[in-house]
Design a protein around this ligand. Sequence first.
Ligand SMILES: Nc1ncnc2c1ncn2[C@@H]1O[C@H](COP(=O)(O)OP(=O)(O)OP(=O)(O)O)[C@@H](O)[C@H]1O
Length: 254
Amino acid sequence: MTTNGRVALRTQALTKVFRGFRAVDSVDLVVREGGVHALVGPNGAGKTTLFNLLTGFVSPTSGAITVFDEDVTGQQPEQVARRGVARSFQITSLFETLTSREHVELALQGLTRQGFRFWRSEKLLGGNRARVDELLTQVGLMALADRQVGLLAYGQKRALELALVLALDPRVMLLDEPTAGMGIEDVDRTIELVRRIAAGRTVVFVDHNMHVVGSLADRVTVLQQGRILAEGPYEEVRNDERVITAYLGEADHA
Ligand SMILES: Nc1ncnc2c1ncn2[C@@H]1O[C@H](COP(=O)(O)OP(=O)(O)OP(=O)(O)O)[C@@H](O)[C@H]1O
């Protein structure tokens, strides 16, 4: 995990109002290149909305967003993705009857715009095969590559989703609750996995599990009611009285 001086993501006074409700309120966020940055906060704090803003799925009411100093404010998700930003979702969205290998092949085809009609073209699949194998190996699914996704365990499905994000070879990877719903073993496996795939990239993730946040993040931003309540290294933030009162108290100091 290396950080240098460059800023990968920056928001300035970023605000999203839903029918009068300020879900994200004047957020100034700086994510440094190469960093692993956690967004935490109680339910409804605005974490997912901030993710949606950063990736173009929701357009801001006001404020600005830059990716490596390029203004992406108001751009569509595919335009933001073209700047090297890729995300995972909180809810799994896989096809139960396709295999892991087929999922990764589809993700790679989407990337190169080869299109669905070339699906199953031997030449294409041959060309992608090494990359597919590499991605499946990276997330520990090579041995299960040809098993239908419906037959995979929950943790394995989440690992496959990470492979689909990695297929885009993003410079900036946004992971929405990568360990949600997992048992402790899967959580620890996912921590290791995210650490591995974070090498050479910038990662922003949301997670409610403070063990995950403390293990992975070099910086933590705490949101509360749409605003930044505190920000800094994990050890600093977890000892911040305002944070303990607002949120971490429940999880860490109970
Ligand atoms: N499309 C929408 N329309 C209206 N209100 C919304 C919309 N999306 C989010 N909100 C509201 O904005 C607030 C922030 O929601 P958001 O999902 O960003 O919080 P969160 O921190 O991700 O919460 P959680 O930890 O539960 O996922 C919530 O009060 C939510 O009800």
